[in-house]
Design a binder for this molecule. Structure first.
Ligand SMILES: [Mg+2]
Length: 126
């Protein structure tokens, strides 16, 4: 990589459903992102100790071990608002859930990958 090349933006996906997790990972890698994955909030907090701060976090809400609400509280406590968080939720109250945890945005499941990509590009760190 030359110094003129931009570094890849880093997206952290936190999602307990593996089919969704790996579909998103493959899709975002094909869009030239560097992708980090975790299957629950606890795994994500462990990963963040060594990974550095992502340019955006895609956060599922309902997960075992540590859910999206718990992750958001701990992440904001430790890292303030260093990474924008986008909530991924099937709930009809997606907007409210995003507000609850101070997320910048949300995508409703099942999502359209084009909509997801537009949402990421809108909110990722510039
Ligand atoms: Mg889930």
């Amino acid at each position: 990589m030359t110094s003129n090349e931009k570094r890849k933006k880093i997206i952290l996906i936190i999602e307990d459903e593996k089919d969704i997790l790996f579909t998103l990972k493959d899709f975002l890698e094909s869009e030239d992102y560097q992708v980090l994955i975790a299957e629950n909030g606890f795994e994500a907090m462990q990963l963040l100790k060594t990974s550095g701060i992502p340019d955006l976090i895609l956060l599922d809400m309902k997960m075992p071990v540590m859910n999206g609400w718990e992750f958001a509280i701990e992440f904001l406590d430790k890292h303030d608002h260093l990474s924008p968080i986008v909530v991924m939720t099937a709930a009809a109250n997606a907007e409210q859930r995003a507000k609850d945890i101070s997320a910048v945005g949300w995508v409703e499941k099942p999502f359209d990958l084009d909509v997801l990509l537009k949402t990421i590009k809108k909110y990722e760190k510039k």
